[in-house]
Every structure is written in C-alpha cells, then in structure tokens.
Write a protein that binds this ligand. Structure first.
Ligand code: ZN
Length: 369
C-alpha cells in the first residue's frame, strides 16, 4: 500500500538499533503533556519526538492514558501515510492517545488500534465508580436523617415482638406433636396437609398385583400408597423450629446503631464526608439490609397472625380427626377476649391458642422520607 516510506525503515533496523526516549518514573506533568500534544499536532510526526518511546512496545504492557483522542492532520504526514503505532504496526493511525507506561516508565503516542479498548474500559470503570459513589452519598444523605425516628419505631415494636414470640412458643410448647407434624407438612408438602394410605404391601403378599389406574406406582418395596390431602394451612412461620421476632428486632436495632451512633452529633453531610470509600459502602449495605429486614420482620409477623384463622381451624380439624392421622385433635375456631383462638380438644383436655393483640399493631409507619 505505501511504497517509499515503509521500505526506508525496515523491521530489522528498528530491532538492532534502538531510538532514544526519555524515561518517566513518575506521571508526567500537565505542562509536558500539553507541550507534547501541541508538538504532535503541529508536526504531524510523533515518530520524530525524542521524548516519546518509538521502539516497539509489548502489547500487554500496562499504561495510563494522559490525553485521549488526539488527531493528527493527515496532510502533514510526509508521504501521506499514517502514524506508526509502536505497539502494533507502522502506517497505522491518525487518531491516538498519549499514554504513560507506568511500569516500563516511558511515554508513547499509540493508536486507537491499541489504546481504544483500554481507554474505553478505563473510562467505563471510572464512570461506574463515580456513579456508585454518587449513589451511595445520595443514599446516605437521605437515609441518615431518618435513623433517629426509625430507632423510635423499633422501640415501640418491642412489646409487639415479645407478645408474638410468646404466642409462637405457646403453639410449640403446648402442642409439640401438632407443631412437629405441621412442620413436616411445610417441609415435605409445601404446607399441603397430606396423609398417606397404604393400599397394598407386597412385602407381606407375594401375588402379582395389577393395580387400577389412579393409584400411585409401586414403590421399590412393592408398596402401593395413596395420598389424602386436606388443603394448605396459612402461617407457616408458626411451625418453624425456632422463630424469634425479638431477636430479629434487636439485630435491626444493632445494625442501625452501628452506622448511626456517631452521626447523631453532626450533620449527615459532615458524617458522610468523614467516611472513606469502604466505610461509606459498608454503611449503605447495612442500612439497605435494615430496610430488607424490617420488611421481612413485618411479613413474618403477618404470617404468624394468619395462623389463627377460621379456615385453618376447619382444615386442621379435618386433618387431625382423620383415621390415618396418628395425632388426634378436634379443632375449633373461637374468640377469647375478642382475639381469634384455635381450640384443640382431645377427650377432656382442652388447649387454646389465642392470637393476641400484637397482631393488630403491624401496620406501623416506617419512616421513608
Ligand atoms: Zn496499534
């Protein structure tokens, strides 16, 4: 493509005899950068600038961009060719970047052929970092002034959590078999109350058996079974092994204080300015986590409250009075002092699970603005 210009500087001569360059152990000054950019534009011949590295540069060498998108006037090129790129090939580009190789300690003018990906990647990293910082600062500016009123709300929820944990423990401690069986229904059947009837057990009967359609296939032990279902109960949280809303509340409180304890005596802005990047990021993560936790705290209490319903009582009654169930209880829905109550009865024994007024205090206002 080019003729004369390319023949004169062969690959071999550039390998045997190195052109001089100026070492830069530190990032060059703005003055030098401005002068060099001016010189590149003025002459159109960066390959003549002695302070730049003009010998071949390894492709994977790391650099920082000093000035991006410098365009050389093509009419100033001696043979109407393009500028040589020290990283790839001669006669390569008109728009490139002035860069500093901080490890190799020199500067060079390299083409977009070699600078562009890195430049874009670096600009993108920089943009993302700035965006994240701005987002975090904005978040904290909005969130920190609300901390005090959130702490007040948490304090007001303490008796609610205490009452709720008592209600939960009453279920678990008064009716441990019921609790355990319902927990199994939650774990194995997604809350669908299921009893399994054994229709035929071939381990005691060696005749060949061809069951009617609709029956479950034979198990590996030759056991034929059929499931009876009684509907899905509400309030799965009531049957987990250890539910502790008090502890949840304390954890939220502690998280809030860990971020804000030092923020009370200064403005949010001063507080944020005094943080380093790590502290700022950690504060945002903690405060966001608090928001998730309070939503979860409320949802779990609502779930527990939904356990004490007439629908549940009816389903439980069919389930626990069925012949196939080894645990027997009659279950009725009543009210005690105006509170929904599940009444479990067996013979002369009688156990009341009373919901409690805590369930009426779940629509608390959580400060958001
Ligand atoms: Zn290149």
């Amino acid at each position: 493509m080019t003729k004369g210009g390319r023949k004169s500087r062969g690959v071999q001569s550039s390998e045997t005899k190195l052109l001089p360059w100026r070492p830069f152990s530190d990032r060059p000054t703005g003055i030098w950068i401005n002068e060099t950019v001016a010189l590149i534009k003025q002459t159109g011949q960066p390959e003549l600038i002695k302070s730049l590295q003009r010998n071949p540069i390894p492709k994977d060498a790391k650099f920082w961009v000093l000035r991006h998108l410098i365009t050389v006037d093509g009419t100033k090129r001696p043979d109407g060719d393009n500028c040589p790129c020290p990283v790839c090939t001669p006669n390569r580009f008109l728009t490139g970047s002035l860069v500093w190789y901080y490890e190799l300690q020199f500067c060079a003018f390299i083409g977009n052929c070699c600078a562009n990906d890195d430049v874009l990647a670096e600009a993108e990293r920089e943009r993302k970092w700035r965006e994240k910082r701005d987002h975090e600062e904005d978040y904290l500016l909005a969130a920190l002034p609300l901390v005090a009123s959130k702490v007040t709300v948490l304090d007001s929820l303490k008796p609610v959590a205490l009452e709720a944990v008592r209600a939960y423990r009453k279920i678990r401690n008064t009716l441990p078999q019921v609790h355990e069986q319902l927990r199994k229904m939650k774990q194995h059947h997604g809350g669908q109350m299921t009893l399994t009837e054994v229709i035929r057990d071939e381990s005691q009967d060696n005749d060949d058996y061809f069951g009617p359609a609709g029956f479950k296939g034979r198990g590996k032990d030759g056991v034929e079974t059929r499931d009876h279902t009684f509907g899905t109960f509400a309030g799965h949280i009531a049957v987990i092994r250890d539910y502790n809303p008090q502890k949840e509340l304390e954890t939220i409180h502690r998280s809030l204080m860990s971020v804000a304890a030092n923020a009370y005596d200064q403005t949010a802005l001063d507080f944020i300015c005094g943080m380093d990047e790590k502290q700022r990021h950690a504060a945002v993560v903690i405060l966001q986590d608090v928001e998730d936790s309070i939503v979860k705290f409320k949802a779990r209490l609502q779930d527990l409250a939904s356990f004490y319903s007439r629908e549940n009582a009816e389903k439980f009654n069919r389930f626990f009075t069925h012949d196939l169930n080894s645990v027997y209880y009659r279950v009725e829905y009543t009210t005690t002092r105006g509170q929904p109550t599940l009444s479990f009865k067996k013979g002369a024994s009688h156990y009341d699970l009373v919901r409690g007024s805590w369930a009426e205090k779940l629509e608390f206002d959580w400060p958001t603005k």
